[in-house]
Design a protein around this ligand. Structure first.
Ligand SMILES: Cc1cc2nc3c(=O)[nH]c(=O)nc-3n(C[C@H](O)[C@H](O)[C@H](O)COP(=O)(O)OP(=O)(O)OC[C@H]3O[C@@H](n4cnc5c(N)ncnc54)[C@H](O)[C@@H]3O)c2cc1C
Length: 312
């Protein structure tokens, strides 16, 4: 009987919540669910899978796709190939998924965020959920999928019995690539996701010398200074201050965007703010489509005017 095989995503001993999305889509696929985890990093309710394969290896072994290939070969040897092979859409999950697809000749569908059960079709979101693509693997053979975090965790079905436990004793450790260490994300004194008022500056600010005057304005307005990606890439503000798809998602009461054009990667990170005010010298800038209030003007003039008003 065909089954769904999930490769767990474990970091520093923690079986993260993203795994619930893999378990959720596996519940929707309706086959037996097998979960492969590094031994010792298993902290889940054993009622979420039908079988758990514990691999006697450190979790870092799972971060190398070549080792993963060896682990999967052993599971396939014991149980045959699965209908679906599921990874989290994390950087290591996506890497292993691509490698496994190449190694075993399976089709791969990445970053899946929805599933139409009736038609057996996977959904992928584009442009911040503006449109969805529908995907189905060609043929009836196994298919690899990577699952977007947060998409399926509500679908997890708890079984009425405890999972069977199996073990893989020996994993062939591939040469040529060694795990060195986990590097912690740069800590910031300020969490922009908690701010009620964000003053966000974009490339339109012009140059680094202008940043202190916007810091000062933010202080005057009791706001926190954040930025679009070019401002962070140029190191004018720390990474923790970036708003957008590759930065933070924010929902402040007020989002004042100065010199930001409104690329969708930025909009995705701030569109749910209660009140969006945009200042841009280009009346056609896309940000105005999302702003509740818009000012077509030079941002530096608006900055000076706001400081003047605040002083008065
Ligand atoms: C994979 C990927 C991930 C990304 N992630 C993010 C992300 O997380 N966050 C993000 O922000 N971007 C992200 N981007 C980049 C994104 O596509 C845009 O390039 C970026 O948002 C543009 O930043 P900006 O609006 O500051 O700059 P620009 O697009 O260059 O816009 C500058 C704006 O300032 C205006 N301006 C210039 N001078 C003045 C002035 N004196 N007064 C008034 N207005 C002025 C201009 O009219 C223009 O509209 C990502 C891109 C990719 C490919």
């Amino acid at each position: 009987m065909s089954y769904t095989l999930i490769v767990a995503d474990v970091r520093q001993g923690v079986f993260g919540e993203a795994n619930l999305d893999s378990l959720g889509i596996a519940s929707l696929l309706g086959k037996e669910v097998y979960l492969v985890v590094p031994e010792g990093a298993y902290e889940m309710n054993e009622k979420m899978a039908d079988a758990v394969v514990k691999v006697k290896a450190a979790e870092e072994v799972f971060l190398n796709p070549l080792n993963m290939g060896n682990i999967l070969e052993q599971v396939f040897g014991a149980h045959g190939k699965p209908g679906h092979l599921v990874f989290c859409h994390s950087s290591s999950g996506a890497e292993s998924a691509a490698y496994a697809a190449g190694l075993f000749g399976f089709p791969v569908i990445t970053d899946v965020s929805g599933y139409d059960r009736e038609r057996g079709v996977f959904l992928k979101s584009y442009y911040s959920d503006k449109i969805f693509g529908e995907f189905k693997a060609a043929g009836d053979g196994p298919c690899v999928i990577t699952v977007r975090s947060g998409s399926f965790r509500e679908s997890v079905l708890e079984k009425s019995f405890t999972a069977r436990v199996e073990a893989i004793e020996n994993v062939e450790i591939a040469a040529g690539r060694t795990f060195i260490e986990y590097v912690e994300e740069e800590k910031s004194d300020i969490d922009i996701t908690k701010a009620e008022f964000l003053l966000s500056v974009g490339r339109g600010v012009g140059n680094q010398d202008e940043i202190p005057s916007y810091e000062e304005l933010a202080g005057t307005l009791k706001a926190v200074l954040s930025g679009s990606r070019p401002v962070i890439d140029k190191l004018w503000l720390p990474k923790a201050r970036q708003v957008g798809t590759s930065g933070k998602t924010v929902k402040p009461k007020v989002y004042l965007a100065m010199g930001i054009s409104g690329a969708f990667q930025h909009i995705a990170g701030m569109k749910d703010s209660d009140c969006i005010i945009a200042v841009n010298k280009d009346a056609e800038a896309p940000i105005f489509q999302y702003a509740h209030y818009g000012i077509v003007a030079d941002i530096h003039k608006v900055r000076d005017k706001l400081k003047e008003i605040a002083k008065a």
